[in-house]
Design a protein around this ligand. Structure first.
Ligand code: ASP
Length: 442
């Protein structure tokens, strides 16, 4: 049994958190590959080390003195080293190297990646594990995307050589020989790539919550945790704003059938959430989760007999494409077609799009509505349950919420409803009450 364990920034923010991490790792001997993030926030308005590093890079890139920033970062790591009483350990050489690089040739990705690098060094020493520099095992291609082929080949060879080991998250080697990072939160991707490289049985992703929530805890107080969620359900939920994992962290493990277990460093006995390809575990409720976002616009195009006009839909979409706008949803009727877009992408180009639609399709009318929020009600259980839509709309009607749009995905995995921005929170509460609160969990 092999487990890859990734610890997020808050799990490694200070010496006390490091101690919890070590207890977790030593409690299970299959936890042999460890992927750390950089130290995160210790308290709500603390600054993450990655942000401190990026700020230091910005100062250095302007040719200004960055010694104050460097001293603060050094102090954060020293606090961890002292707190763990690592007497014979020092990061002096590493800091000298960072300083030199910033003076000679400041690079953003290199600088940002040092949080993971230094944290990985401390953790490897603290655990007595080997340290594998991510630049030796994670590779990017010319476009700056992960080179999956080369990464997998080298990663699996190196992992076989070093076990147990710590591999810092978030970065790798670019095609040009310089350090490259993933986008923010990218240590999740490293964890996933390491899990794939050693064909792990489980990829454990340790964070500061006990799994994925059925709804946003900023709207619903203490929402239930989802026990099992499929990759497809998670994709629908993340697309609609639920933040659990970095989007790119799914693919490497999914394609070789490795489940992800989201766990809480501050409450390790909690089962957490299992993210799996497929499962016969019955969902606790008909719906698995609710997620949503504000800030959409809908463009309703009406033309009688549009259904008989070949190429009508393509021409409407062309108007959006020509203006570089991607659309999110497209519910349609016999004589109507609605295109839902992000308000901030659309506003500037609104009139250009409208005139292009007029020019290309001569519609009867075009109506634009803004301040739309979309809510996705997601669940594999909906496929086999009848009456879900009826319950959903009854819940919204009882809460006096006017539904502006409905789109049921053809996967039968989700129903998307559009409401006004101002009704967003109330709509989520009403849906949560109906499907989670008032249904005993199975
Ligand atoms: N430290 C990086 C960030 O703050 C990467 C990560 O934590 O996954 O985005």
């Amino acid at each position: 049994m092999i487990k890859v364990v990734k610890f997020g920034g808050s799990s490694l923010a200070d010496a006390e958190q490091f101690q919890k991490v070590r207890s977790i790792i030593t409690a299970d001997e299959s936890r042999v590959y460890v992927v750390p993030s950089a130290p995160g926030r210790r308290y709500p308005d603390d600054v993450k080390v990655t942000d401190m590093l990026i700020r230091m890079y910005e100062t250095a890139a302007k040719g200004e003195d960055f010694s104050a920033e460097l001293a603060q970062i050094r102090a954060r790591f020293q606090e961890i080293i002292d707190g763990l009483e690592l007497k014979d350990f020092s990061l002096e050489d590493e800091f000298l190297e960072i300083e030199k690089q910033l003076k000679e040739d400041p690079q953003k990705d290199y600088t940002a990646s040092r949080g993971e690098y230094l944290n990985g060094k401390i953790l490897a020493h603290y655990l007595g594990y080997a340290f594998i520099d991510a630049k030796e095992v994670v590779f990017f291609n010319e476009e700056g995307n992960l080179n999956t082929y080369k990464t997998e080949k080298v990663m699996s060879r190196v992992l076989q050589e070093y076990m147990p080991a710590v591999i810092p998250g978030f970065y790798g080697l670019g095609k040009d020989g310089n350090i490259r990072t993933f986008s923010r939160g990218g240590s999740d991707v490293t964890g996933s790539v390491v899990a794939r490289g050693c064909r792990a049985d489980v990829y454990e992703n340790w964070t500061d919550v006990s799994g994925c929530m059925t709804a946003d805890p900023r709207i619903i107080q203490d929402p239930e945790v989802i026990r099992f969620v499929t990759y497809r359900e998670l994709r629908e939920l993340s697309y609609m704003g639920a933040t659990v994992l970095h989007e790119d962290a799914i693919f490497p493990v999914r394609s070789c059938g490795i489940p992800i277990n989201i766990k809480n460093t501050n409450s390790p006995e909690d089962e957490g959430t299992w993210i799996v390809e497929s499962t016969c575990q019955k969902p606790a409720h008909i719906i698995t989760g609710i997620a949503g976002k504000k800030g959409f616009c809908s463009v309703l195009v009406t033309k009688s007999m549009m259904n008989a006009e070949v190429g009508f839909g393509r021409k409407v979409l062309q108007a959006f494409e020509d203006n570089g706008i991607s659309f999110e949803h497209m519910p349609s009727g016999i004589d109507t077609m609605t295109i839902v877009v992000h308000e901030d992408e659309f506003l500037d180009k609104e009139q250009k799009v409208v005139s292009a639609i007029h020019r290309m399709t001569s519609p009867d009318s075009i109506e634009i509505e803004s301040n739309l929020a979309l809510i996705a009600v997601v669940g594999r259980g909906m496929r086999s349950a009848s009456g879900t839509a009826a319950r959903l709309f009854t819940a919204l009607a009882n809460a006096h919420i006017n539904v502006r749009m409905i789109d049921q995905g053809s996967s039968e995995l989700n129903i998307i409803v559009g409401v006004e921005n101002k009704d967003f929170e109330n709509a989520i509460s009403a849906i949560y009450k109906t499907f989670v609160d008032s249904e005993p969990a199975k």
